[in-house]
Design a protein around this ligand. Structure first.
Ligand SMILES: *Cc1c(COP(=O)(O)O)cnc(C)c1O
Length: 372
């Protein structure tokens, strides 16, 4: 049996071609055009917020949020050590220091108690990450930052459409950020968005996104950035958004199938979604019961030989050169990162694929644990 199963894959089964063709035919291919305004309005409606500012990727969405909130040199931004590097980098781009905190040993999500411990006089923002499509504990986090008035910037890049205690991920903090990279829940090729309920903040986001130009054309009161999305990208995004609920239903089915096939198996722990989270299962991520990361990597190699792509859990920030901490104490992230493996999770998978992936995973876990 030879199949090639990717860990992630975009699905284009709607109006993508039609909308992109319209951009070319009307020649609105840069950052002016009907799809930009319509995509922002449709996103605001779907994500249950008042304002959406689309950007050219998820990293610039994060950077733009911190800039608009006034984060600058000397400030500290609290981020989980277990995340994609963009979360920490966005703080670094501002000249601020990302302050790393450990995550919950089961959910992999930022630990609010750790956040409380690391808040100091320089803390300018906290960036919880809704990792792998699961909602972080926004209620506890809001309580932790609330009395100090520190803004929460939700990194919802992996959690488009998720709900946290009934509210959309990305609609709860001062702002929320999304990515529309090709492997995310919906894609625009490269793209991103910032959400907020604060009209003044939305204005600042637009100012800094558009090179610092306000209402007066070619007058630049601040040093801004060119972080605009193209109309072509927004056209793809509109088509993707029209089908997002179907995509999310399919992801739920896939996660349920993996749960069924792997839930009771020896040697593999399935993802522990927190009770407040209605998750979107961006990447179905298991913990394999091995001693060392090298054994996890060997399992991944054997899966690859079967034509099954998988992915190690993100390396924690404190392990990598830009954010290395020799004396860092992040036992949960270390443990999760050494044993975590993300399995193929996308809407083009069928039941046979999921069964095959699960069978091969269990086979290789057993073999590697037995030293064979
Ligand atoms: C994908 C991702 C981003 C950044 O998105 P890009 O569009 O690739 O710049 C940020 N944070 C997290 C957690 C992500 O997964």
């Amino acid at each position: 049996m030879s199949r090639n199963i990717a860990v992630a894959a975009p699905e284009f089964s709607g109006n993508e071609w039609r909308y992109v063709r319209e951009c070319i035919e009307t020649s609105w291919v840069s950052s002016i055009g009907r799809f930009i305004t319509e995509f922002e309005a449709a996103l605001a409606n779907y994500l249950e917020v008042d304002h959406v500012v689309v950007t050219n990727n998820g990293t610039t969405a994060l950077h733009l949020s911190l800039v608009a909130l006034g984060v600058g040199p000397g400030d500290e931004v609290i981020v989980p050590t277990l995340t994609y590097v963009a979360t920490a980098n966005a703080a670094t781009y501002c000249g601020a220091t990302p302050v790393l905190v450990d995550v919950d040993p089961h959910t992999m999500l930022i630990d609010p108690d750790e956040v409380r411990r690391r808040i100091g006089p320089r803390t300018k923002a906290v960036v919880p990450v809704h990792l792998y499509g699961h909602g972080a504990d926004m209620e506890s986090l809001s309580a932790v930052v609330g009395e100090r008035g520190i803004p929460l910037v939700e990194d919802a890049a992996e959690a488009f459409g998720a709900r946290v205690a009934g509210r959309r991920a990305g609609s709860i903090g001062a702002c929320g950020t999304f990515s529309f990279f090709g492997n995310k829940i919906i894609t625009t090729g490269e793209g991103g968005a910032v959400t907020t309920r604060d009209g003044r903040l939305a204005e600042r986001l637009r100012l800094y996104r558009g090179q610092g130009m306000g209402d007066q054309r070619y007058w630049f009161p601040v040093v801004g950035y060119n972080y605009r999305m193209t109309n072509v990208a927004a056209a793809i995004g509109m088509a993707q958004l029209e089908q997002v609920d179907k995509k999310l239903d399919r992801r739920r089915e896939i996660a349920a199938a993996y749960d069924r096939l792997l839930g009771d198996a020896d040697g593999v722990a399935t993802p522990a979604a927190p009770p407040w989270s209605e998750s979107v299962h961006w990447l179905y991520t298991v913990q394999v019961d091995v001693e060392r990361a090298e054994q996890r990597d060997e399992i991944a190699r054997r899966l690859a030989a079967d034509g099954i792509e998988s992915r190690p859990v993100f390396y924690p920030m404190h392990q990598m050169p830009p954010y290395f901490q020799a004396d860092g104490h992040f036992p949960n992230a270390d443990r999760l990162a050494a044993r975590g493996l993300s399995l193929p999770t996308h809407t083009l998978l069928d039941e046979q694929d999921i069964t095959w992936v699960s069978e091969r995973l269990l086979h290789h876990v057993r073999a590697v644990r037995n030293g064979s």
